[in-house]
Design a protein around this ligand. Sequence first.
Ligand code: PLP
Length: 464
Amino acid sequence: MDGTFSENDLSRVVEADRKNVWHHLIQHQPFESAIDPRIIVEGKGMKVWDQKGKEHLDAVSGGVWTVNVGYGRESIADAVRDQLVKLNYFAGSAGSIPGALFAEKLLDKMPGLDRMYYCNSGSEANEKAFKMVRQIAHKKYGGKKHKILYRDRDYHGTTIACLSAGGQDERNAQYGPFAPGFVRVPHCLEYRAFEQEGAPQENYGVWAADQIEKVILAEGPDTVGALCLEPVTAGGGVITPPDGYWDRVQEICKKYDILLHIDEVVCGVGRTGTWFGYQQYGVQPDMVTMAKGVASGYAAIACLVTTEAVFDMFKDDPSDKMNYFRDISTFGGCTAGPAAAIENMRIIEDENLLENTTQMGAYMLDQLHGLADKHSIIGDVRGKGLFLGAELVSDRDSRTPADEAKVQAVVGNCMAQGVIIGATNRSLPGKNNSLCFSPALIATKDDIDHIIGAVDKALGDVFG
Ligand code: PLP
């Protein structure tokens, strides 16, 4: 760390943070008494430094799976600066040079998808997809085919409509009432299939997808407009789909003329080792939303991508004054986002980061299995590419979730060792408590060994 801030400056920052900032996702009481807020001052590659100069190896890409190409990328900063001094912003119906060029570059990686709609957060992108589904229902089906199916344990964002499509109960509690027309389908977590009535020992993936069909039939196929799924469920416990699941999901959507909306906010742009998570499973969506890794957090950008067929539904009758997508995103007109995203993609391509993600992901998965051989507290290990989880259980036979406080203690122990890891679903009684890992796509074997070593020690310290 180069010490641009003096110690005095930094203690002022800490004080200002403590007094004035309302942080995401935390109970603030401890900050107001003893604990210093953590200020991250600088980052380079896989590492960040806090206000005390302590170095941390970041195994979660900025806390929430975002900084895919790592910290301190000057070429992205340069691309953004050059664009900002030329033109920072224009919205409405006008385009921009980076907006057009990023759309062309990204869509080239998404065969079968043709149109890009810009906005600035994953929640917003999902909201826009929901609005499209509703508008299509009105245009084509007299408003009837408006229901949106979502899956238990998936998360699609923080707004009321996104929470209405939210399968994580802890996030939803106390925020109702929710929007009507969102219907939950069962999860596909094989490790917890034993908790689902009627789940078979074999062909679980097909059975899990068939549960979606059951919901469609109960609701009435003529009322269901879309199915919204994460390719690999993120915050719900790093849930990889079981074999056969996606093929059957695709069949079901085709059979009932239901739009398949894949939420790639976490998996998009390299995280699983392909450009998009859905490409791991040979599935062809109608709509894809993405945000976090699109520009690795160097600028705020989110996108909703659709097929030409979806796009066409909004332009077929220009004489009808209501017949276009009557939606705008003020900050969808920021040019910094696509400028950063173009350079972000160039880095992924030039540095072969998809390949690295596949190789390092396989290595890390292996190392996590090694930890599971040693620590019986690990009940299941799963993931794809550099997006991995280890579910902790207090008893392997009953698969009882490990004590939440202890799971947090593991995260805290790693933090004290200078390694930042994550945990998912931690306050959901009866659900899974998983450690979560999503290092930047530049991770090396040494980085992974370092992370695994810290987790090994933490599990030993906390669980014995
Ligand atoms: N979708 C998924 C799968 C997510 O994990 C998230 C956020 O973590 C979102 C959507 C919402 O994105 P944002 O926080 O940018 O609104």
